[in-house]
Design a protein. Structure first.
Length: 743
């Protein structure tokens, strides 16, 4: 079906900020900028010990009138929220799939009304502007001038400058010069403050392209034969326009065939009715997406751009271009792709995670985050309370039935980046490391002429390029229950799954921006990275959700419990291709290191920290999900005999076969006149049941009805009910019942 194509709208739905910190495009990671405390660099504990302070230059006091966007994590029932999120996302739990709306979760687990009022009143008295409580009830936002912030938090703020890669030049930012403290009035209601340090959690260098000529098949390294996972020529059978096939990267038909998307597309499953959100820190050119889709015969979903805490669209650098084109290939008939753009300051790390929830009427089914920051840097940038709030935001999305996926990183098991190179310490990337996120790692594939996978290895291009698929053991989060039996450590392991990410051959995309022309090959270029893997799998989950919805089955939500359950069964070998070759250990190749392995991580039989459960086949996953997911409730509606005008209300009987959230639609049609609609609050059934609703007419509606009856006009009331998910998306619809309204 032909879909409407439109230029992305640029709006600012509310006053939030966005973006999770470290992202990677192609084989390159966006450079991680390390926050400062006082005058010294802060970095992962042993990684930058002895870093000279000369790398950070103090420029003087901060302008007192400059505004600071701040985030205040609130006292909330985070433990209760996480228990609920775990219960509703765990296969076999009595609460599995019993998601709640975001508003309900915010009331139940967010800060108390008294704490919210106390915090907002204090901040307003202190001279803050744009004061608001986030829709989750987990944190407050406010803007304060530097002068007011200094008085409030007991520290002067100064301007600093540190070296930065790329053409942007030095990185300048504000930061406190001494330790800060919370005002006494906020203690007990607020657990911290994020945003006094404005240095971005990451910085973005110029696009770097990797030449296939740099990758001979094998080389000698330390006296041993080393085989990088990348290679120069693609395999399989490419398709599309001649220009789109000209570069070395895989074309959409190849990776869609390889991972089982094509059978779903052939069956008409292209993402219809599903909404996906992308969280980004750069912009895009809609014309590039049109060129890509035109070359490969793809429809284009509605693409909506939203600026969050920014006045103008961000300049495109390449990441969002890649994410949009891969998502379009995976699910070309989505209801919409909503792109949220913002800066990447520490406060944005928190706010980015809830921005898609703030946009009423556009709550997504799936969120893809092709960004990340190494866990030690996250903890330093936002503090313990900031990490706790970020994790709570992710658990709230899980509790509301949203699937969140994130790239596991492009620096192997050493995800902390300084000056374009990994640090020689083991670290994983957040948000992929969160138990409430599906972490997507990276591989490389060899295809036959039918584009079937003949072999698949862990992505690791060392020694020619120090990049590899991310994975390892989290330092922040405990092992989730779904990894019991797969993981021996007490902490969370990533990734959960892995798909194509290697830059050689990579993915062919259309990119006309200057960054893509640096090597003189554009506008068709081959790129890679786990930032391509995340939207590819996210688009696949949207296809599975569509199939489930059409079959009256529960959507996936956080898919991890289901994925690990499948792997425990005989069907696991059919759904997942077990990757047993390669590793993501870059330790021996990190510049300036002692050239010793980090000891993590190598692929082997079953689950491992280099490739997760393996690479999934979407068609097989969808069929298995159809058999395993519980049915959505059947909605029912009935209209008993009645005299609505005389009684001044309409009686409607609503029922559900099991737990459900219903939306009732009432339309009254008057012959020759404009129809009327009666608003009905959503009804939550906590189990099988029936209830009678008394829908009162307004005075204006009664006047219209009485006038129509005097004129002997025909009046009909048509009523049907819908099962909706917490985001308001329709899952099932009842029959329509009609009542003739008489005197």
């Amino acid at each position: 079906m032909q879909r409407s194509h439109r230029e992305p709208g640029r709006g600012n739905p509310t006053d939030w900020s966005l973006k999770v910190p470290t992202r990677y495009w192609g084989q390159r990671w966006i450079v991680l900028a390390i926050s400062i405390a006082s005058l010294g660099l802060l970095a992962p504990a042993t990684a930058l010990a002895g870093t000279p302070r000369s790398r950070v230059q103090r420029l003087g006091l901060a302008p007192r009138s400059q505004g600071l966007a701040l985030v205040f994590p609130l006292r909330a029932d985070v433990a209760g929220l996480e228990r609920f999120a775990t219960a509703v996302s765990t296969v076999g739990s009595p609460e599995y799939g019993h998601y709640e709306s975001i508003a309900t979760l915010a009331r139940r687990f967010g800060a108390s009304l008294s704490d919210r009022n106390r915090v907002t009143a204090f901040l307003q008295r202190a001279g803050a502007t744009r004061v608001r409580i986030d829709t989750t009830g987990l944190f407050a936002d406010a803007t304060l001038s530097v002068g007011r912030a200094e008085r409030l938090f007991g520290s002067s703020l100064a301007r600093f400058q540190t070296a930065r890669l790329g053409p942007a030049g030095p990185n300048r930012f504000l930061a406190p010069t001494t330790a800060t403290r919370l005002p006494a009035t906020l203690r007990g209601a607020v657990t911290g403050v994020v945003g006094l340090d404005t240095q971005p959690v990451l910085a973005q260098p110029a696009v770097k392209m990797v030449s296939a000529a740099r990758f001979p098949h094998t080389v000698a390294r330390f006296g041993a034969a080393v085989t990088p996972s990348g290679y120069g020529q693609r395999t399989g059978t490419a398709a599309g326009c001649a220009a789109g096939q000209a570069d070395r990267g895989f074309t959409p038909n190849q990776y869609l065939d390889a991972y089982g998307y094509s059978p779903l597309h052939a069956a008409g499953i292209n993402g219809q009715g599903e909404r996906v959100s992308l969280i980004e820190i750069d912009g895009f050119r809609y014309s590039d997406l049109r060129a890509f889709a035109g070359c490969f015969g793809l429809a284009i979903p509605a693409v909506n751009g939203f600026g969050v805490n920014i006045k103008h669209p961000l300049a495109p650098i390449g990441e969002t271009e890649l994410d949009l084109q891969i998502m379009d290939a995976a699910a070309p008939d989505l209801k919409a792709i909503d792109v949220y753009e913002s800066q990447a300051r520490p406060a944005d790390v928190i706010q980015s995670l809830t921005a898609p929830l703030e946009n009423r009427g556009r709550v997504p089914d799936v969120i893809s985050v092709s960004l990340g920051v190494c866990e030690p840097a996250l903890a330093l940038a936002v503090g313990r309370s900031g990490v706790k709030t970020a994790e709570a935001a992710l658990s709230l999305e899980t509790a509301s039935g949203i699937s969140v996926l994130a790239s596991s990183g492009d620096a192997g098991s050493s995800s902390c980046i300084v000056k374009g190179s990994p640090l020689p310490v083991k670290a994983t990337s957040f948000p992929a490391s969160s138990p409430y996120v599906t972490g997507v790692g990276g591989t490389n594939i060899v295809l036959n002429a039918l584009n079937q996978i003949q072999s698949e290895v862990v992505w690791n291009d060392a020694p020619y390029d120090v990049s590899a698929g991310g994975g390892g053991t989290s330092q922040l989060f405990s092992r989730p229950g779904y990894q019991n039996g797969f993981v021996t450590q007490h902490n969370r392991d990533v990734p959960d799954v892995a798909v194509l990410a290697d830059v050689l051959p990579g993915y062919n995309i259309y990119c006309s921006i200057p960054a893509c022309q640096a090597n003189g090959t554009g506008p068709w270029v081959a790129v890679g990275g786990t930032s391509a893997a995340s939207p590819l799998f996210a688009g696949g989950l949207a296809l599975v959700d569509q199939m489930l919805r059409q079959a009256g089955k529960q959507n996936l939500g956080l898919t991890n419990s289901l994925l690990y359950k499948i792997q425990r069964t005989n069907a696991g070998a059919k759904v997942f291709s077990d990757i047993r070759t390669g590793n993501n250990d870059l330790g021996a190749y990190i510049p300036g290191d002692t050239q010793r392995s980090l000891g993590c991580c190598t692929a082997g039989p079953g689950y491992d920290r280099a490739s997760g459960l393996g690479s999934p086949n979407l068609a097989r996953l969808a069929l298995l999900a159809l058999s395993l997911q519980p049915r959505i409730a059947d909605p029912g509606i009935a209209l008993p005999g009645q005299r609505p005008v005389l009684r001044r209300h309409l009686l409607v009987k609503v029922s559900c076969s099991r737990r459900c959230l219903t939306s009732v639609n009432v339309t009254i049609t008057i012959a020759g006149k404009q129809s009327m609609h009666i608003g009905v609050p959503r009804q939550l059934f906590r189990g099988r049941g029936r209830r009678t609703l008394k829908l009162r007419f307004s005075a204006a509606q009664l006047r219209r009805l009485r006038s129509a009856l005097r004129q002997h006009r025909k009046i009909d009331a048509s009523v049907f009910s819908q099962i909706v998910d917490p985001g308001g998306n329709v899952e099932a619809v009842s029959r329509t019942h009609t009542l003739r309204i008489r005197h």
